[in-house]
Structures are given as structure tokens and as C-alpha cells.
Design a protein around this ligand. Structure first.
Ligand code: KG4
Ligand code: ZN
Length: 354
């Protein structure tokens, strides 16, 4: 099967063609990603209206380039998958309308994929991994631990009560004047930093359950910066290293709790999977890998360029759905919110009250 995938839910305009699903190992025939980082940089964050306009200006060209690089005709496709949400709705609408038009003209199966399902299943594109697995999904908008028992079968074990982890990285970077997006900058600066110089809190560590909270850590970083006044390059490196180290400790602690819950409810997972933009962080991958090894588990993670948003992950989730017959109608309505686990209660905090 050959699938075209389109991703426009945040600040990357991306289209990809993948092939697979019939026993043969899947392959990525093209994966064109146009980052909007430059146009959002002056605002130190993504401006939804600007993002939507940029997606609209570029999507046709990006799709054409993906088809070209894959050296394939629309007639040779079996389906078209698009991130139908959750995300910035203007961008999602651009992707969904484009995909519907292509599906209608070329009479292709249409698949509206949950963006988070794209992140969740990417690891099965790059390696042979069976269900069920324990998933740590860490991106700019989400921070969740889930039991993944099949395609479309997600059980949320824990979530953040306030900021997403990528957001905490981005805010830390912003406070330090490192620009947007902050995650890669913080990782880079942490490499030369001394993680032991500043003692930062490990929010939620040791607490029952496996929810997260990052607002206290963010506040602690802000206080440190205020105390220093004008941080030098060394101060910045040390704060980044301390922040990243605190995050690593929290992730391992929370993943440990989630694994206990997983084993009780679902038996042994095939692996601990980390996915989403923050999963590109090599230090955190190392810490999670140590944690997993100590619990006799493998850590499975997509290569870094497939952790951040891209069309291949959407195409792959589409392929997984298509082979189960889970297609969508052209009346699909783009969704700004779309929880992976429909049965999970909204997280407390972040404007949600008990
Ligand atoms: O999955 P993604 O590309 O978009 C969303 O669905 O949100 O994730 C983007 C997030 C941003 O917050 C970015 O700072 C973070 O992932 N990120 C990283 C790294 N690369 C991207 N965070 C930490 N370390 C990285 N190397
Ligand atoms: Zn994402």
C-alpha cells in the first residue's frame, strides 16, 4: 500500500509518501517538512493566524514535492491521511481541505488521523514492535503516559496538570533569551553545563499515580534567573543542564509508576516507547533508556527527525488504520481538541476545576 500523509496542525507544513503494510518492511518514499520557525521567531511562539496563512501558501507545493520525490502518481496511491486534529484549527482546516480535495478527485480512501496517534505509532514504522506498549508522549502540547493496546486503543494512565513538557522547555528557553523553539537550544546549552550547580525541584516525584506538573519547575527556573540578574553564558548552560536533569528524574519516576499500573492492568509491555517532539532530546532518551534497562525493558524511540511533527507519521498511522478498514467520510469535521483516550477525564489544573 502507498499512502500520502499531510501534517499542518502546528508550525510545520509537511507531506510524505510511505509504502508498506503488506508484510514487507514499510519505507518512507518522501517526507518533506517545511518549518515555519523563521516566521514565528519574532513572536517567540507560534501565532495561529500566521501559521494558518503560511500552511495555505505552501501546502500545494509541499504535496507536489513529496509526490515528486517519491516518484509516484496519485493513481498509485491507496489512500490519503491527514492530521484532523488536535491542533491549531486554522492549520488543521488547511490540511483537511487539501486532503479531501485530493481524495475526491483521485477517488482515494480518506483517513483523518489524530495527530497524537501519529506520534504514538511512528515507532512501528521504524521498527517491528508489537502491542501492547507503554507510551510516554511528550510534545509541545501534550505530556501523557498511555497504555497502547492496539491501533485506536489508548488508555491514559497519567497526564500533566499544567504545562506540557515541550512548553516547559520553550518557556525556559524564552526566559534565558534562547529563542523559539526552545527544546533543541536547551539541550545544546545543557551539554556544556554543570547540572549540579543549581538545585531545582522534581515536581510530583514519589507521588502516587503518574501525573506530571511542570509549573513549579518553571517558576524555580525563573527565580534562579531573577536572583542571578544578567546570566552569563556559563550560568545559562548550568541552568539548562539543571533543568534537563530535573526533567529526566521526573520522567523516570513517573514512567516507573506508570509501568507498575500497566503491568497490573495489561500485563507485560513490549517496550517503553517515547514519542513526540521532546523525544528528540538525546539526554532524556539516555535517562529513559537507563530506567527501562533497570526494569528489564527496551526503550523504543523513533529517530529524532521523526519525533518532531512530520507527514510520514500521519501517513503511517493512516496505513495502520486503512489495513483495518478504519477509513473516514469526506464529511469529517476538523477537531481542535481530540483526546486519544476518550474515556479519560479532563486533566485537573490548566483551567479545569474539580
Ligand atoms: O511534536 P512536536 O513537533 O509538536 C507538537 O505536536 O507539539 O513538538 C514540539 C515540541 C516543542 O516544544 C520543542 O521545543 C520540543 O518539542 N522539542 C524538544 C527538542 N526538540 C523539539 N524538546 C527538548 N529537546 C529537544 N531536542
Ligand atoms: Zn506533534
Amino acid at each position: 500500500m502507498n499512502l500520502l500523509g499531510i501534517e499542518t496542525s502546528c508550525d510545520e507544513t509537511s507531506a510524505a509518501v510511505i509504502s508498506g503494510g503488506n508484510g514487507a518492511a514499510p519505507s518512507i518514499l518522501s517526507n518533506v517538512v517545511l518549518s515555519q520557525v523563521d516566521i514565528h521567531q519574532p513572536y517567540e511562539g507560534v501565532v495561529p493566524e500566521i501559521a494558518a496563512r503560511a500552511h495555505l501558501s505552501h501546502i500545494d507545493r509541499i504535496v507536489a514535492q513529496a509526490m515528486d520525490e517519491a516518484d509516484i502518481d496519485f493513481a498509485a496511491l491507496d489512500g490519503i491521511a491527514v492530521a484532523g486534529g488536535p491542533g491549531l484549527i486554522g492549520g488543521v482546516i488547511v490540511g483537511v481541505m487539501t486532503a479531501k480535495a485530493i481524495a475526491a478527485v483521485h477517488k482515494l480512501a480518506f483517513l483523518a488521523v489524530n495527530h497524537l496517534e501519529g506520534h504514538a505509532l511512528t515507532v512501528r514504522l521504524t521498527q517491528d514492535l508489537e502491542f501492547p506498549f507503554l507510551l510516554l508522549l511528550v510534545s509541545g502540547g501534550h505530556c501523557q503516559l498511555l497504555a497502547v493496546t492496539g491501533v485506536g486503543a489508548y488508555h491514559r494512565l497519567g497526564t500533566t496538570l499544567d504545562d506540557a513538557l515541550g512548553e516547559a522547555f520553550d518557556k525556559t528557553a524564552k526566559m534565558l533569551g534562547l529563542g523559539y523553539p526552545g527544546g533543541p537550544q536547551v539541550e545544546l546549552r545543557a551539554k556544556t553545563g554543570d547540572a549540579g550547580r543549581f538545585d531545582l525541584p522534581r515536581p510530583m516525584r514519589g507521588r502516587p499515580g503518574c501525573d506530571f506538573s511542570f509549573s513549579g519547575l518553571k517558576t524555580a527556573v525563573r527565580r534562579r534567573i531573577e536572583k542571578i540578574g544578567a546570566p552569563t553564558d556559563t550560568d545559562i548552560d548550568d541552568i539548562c543542564a539543571a533543568f534537563q536533569c530535573a526533567v529526566g528524574d521526573v520522567l523516570a519516576d513517573r514512567a516507573g509508576r506508570a509501568l507498575d499500573i500497566f503491568e497490573r492492568r495489561f500485563g507485560d509491555p513490549s517496550a517503553l516507547v517515547v514519542a513526540g517532539g521532546v523525544a528528540a532530546n538525546q539526554y532524556l532518551r539516555g535517562q529513559l533508556s537507563n530506567f527501562a534497562a533497570a526494569r528489564g525493558l527496551e526503550l523504543a524511540a523513533p529517530p529524532p527527525d521523526l519525533c518532531t511533527d512530520n507527514g510520514a507519521m500521519i501517513a503511517w498511522a493512516g496505513l495502520e488504520r486503512l489495513r483495518l478498514g478504519l477509513t473516514d467520510g469526506l464529511d469529517f469535521a476538523p477537531r481542535p481538541r481530540w483526546p486519544l483516550d476518550p474515556n479519560a477525564a479532563p486533566a485537573m489544573g490548566a483551567g479545569v476545576k474539580a
